[in-house]
Design a binder for this molecule. Structure first.
Ligand SMILES: [Fe+2]
Ligand SMILES: [Fe+2]
Length: 419
């Protein structure tokens, strides 16, 4: 091939650098960034580098094509040679990509969303997307390497919302304004708080389990999930502080709740886990939080519940986008989601019943007191809540792409623990 057929990739000016490490470091990096077969011009004022440059080229497999005398300096043209090079980038000597779009927009993915590959490049380790990966880099063997397993399109927006939506469980809640309640009523609130905290722990630990399996090429997802985990940590903090605010403290943990959370925690597939946790679990949790906020008598506790619900809505939005996009890529996945929901039901059916402590506490709260009359009224409200949860679950399942009959079946199979 005639040398004029090769792409001229750029010129590096090495001035009067003498033969030595500083010169070769500069050359090494320039050739690393250039594509295979590209021609690089090296301009030097030092006449003594020719011999060493030719040896270096031989050693590295590059070809010194020609030497031209310019005024007071020398130009060497070298053809780059590399056996294997990552396919992700070829940017010569310019800063990559930033001239084609606007890097000041604050968008991380200014190459456009369609530029994100469907599979992470080989050897993509703990590094940002668009890295030029040195040949021979280590392989982390991440388990989640495909866009369709992980991606949720509005994730950058949700991440921005997460940053703006941060609140402080110490300063933003008027802890001193929580009134003293009848001890039995307060105990019911503390039981509810205990149950909420247990569920929040599952929402904290489950994404944590998957983040380390995700290829950082899809960096927005682990970053969003870490914001979600920060939310869950704050929820645990707020509910714990509320349980302790009037001295009632943490209460009872039921087997139903723990068994339900364990079946979420044990799921190994990320799409199934996202479906169970964010769509089914947190979706239902939102209805519960709304219910609690409606019936909670004091403004401070209401505010906690309101803030938590706002965060949870973001988590559900992520899960809905993730699972519906995974289903759109492969509609047959519906079967595996169905299977996972029914398998969970079987696991839950091995023990009978509901979380009785929780249901009684919810009834006391919704009834507004501890007498039998209050309890009866509250119990009815809880029964209505279950119907509302079921209706909204069916709607969410249909929104992610299920037909109505299947949505009804899956919703019915949902855990009596709500999450
Ligand atoms: Fe939460
Ligand atoms: Fe959440």
């Amino acid at each position: 091939m005639n040398k004029s057929n090769y792409k001229h990739s750029g010129t590096i000016f090495v001035g009067n650098l003498a033969v030595g490490k500083a010169l070769f470091l500069k050359l090494e990096n320039a050739f690393l960034l250039a594509g295979d077969g590209e021609i690089i011009e090296i301009v030097s004022t030092n006449e003594k580098i020719e011999f060493e440059l030719a040896s270096w080229c031989n050693l590295k497999g590059h070809k010194l094509l020609e030497k031209i005398h310019l005024k007071n300096q020398l130009s060497y043209k070298v053809r780059n040679h590399k056996s294997a090079f990552p396919k992700t980038a070829n940017f010569g000597f310019t800063m990559k990509g930033i001239d084609t779009n606007n890097p000041k927009s604050g968008d991380w993915n200014f190459h456009g969303k369609d530029s994100i590959l469907t599979k992470a490049p080989d050897h993509h380790g703990l590094m940002p997307r668009d890295c030029i990966i040195e040949e021979g880099s280590v392989d982390y063997n991440f388990a989640i390497n495909h866009k369709e397993e992980i991606w949720a399109e509005p994730v950058s927006r949700l991440y921005e919302e997460a940053k703006h939506g941060q609140w402080d469980a110490t300063d933003d809640i008027l802890w001193n304004e929580i009134p003293e309640y009848d001890p039995e009523f307060e105990r019911a609130i503390c039981q509810i708080m205990t149950y909420l905290i247990e569920n929040e722990f599952s929402a904290l630990y489950i994404p944590g389990k998957f983040i380390s399996q995700m290829n950082p090429y899809y960096m927005e997802i682990p970053l969003f999930l870490s914001s979600l985990m920060n939310d869950e940590a704050r929820h645990i903090e707020a509910f714990t502080k509320r349980a302790n605010a009037n001295g009632g403290g943490i209460q009872y943990s039921s087997t139903v709740t723990q068994r339900s959370l364990y079946s979420l925690f044990a799921e190994k597939d990320y799409i199934k886990s996202s479906f169970l946790l964010h769509v089914m679990g947190e979706g239902t949790f939102i209805d519960l939080l709304k219910f609690l906020e409606n019936y909670m008598p004091d403004a401070s506790t209401k505010r906690i519940l309101n803030y938590v619900r706002r965060d949870e809505s973001r988590h559900v939005a992520y899960g809905m986008a993730h699972v519906s996009s995974a289903l759109a890529q492969n509609p047959k996945r519906i079967n595996s989601l169905k299977e996972t929901a029914f398998k969970r039901k079987e696991f839950m059916d091995e023990i009978n019943g509901e979380s009785t402590m929780l249901l009684e506490s919810l009834s006391i709260l919704a009834g507004g007191g501890t007498s039998i009359e209050h309890y009866k009224r509250g119990y009815e409200a809880v029964e209505d809540l279950k119907k509302t949860m079921n209706r909204n679950r069916i709607k969410r399942l249909m929104d992610i792409g299920m037909d109505e009959d299947l949505a009804i079946d899956i919703s019915k199979s949902h855990t009596p623990n709500f999450m």
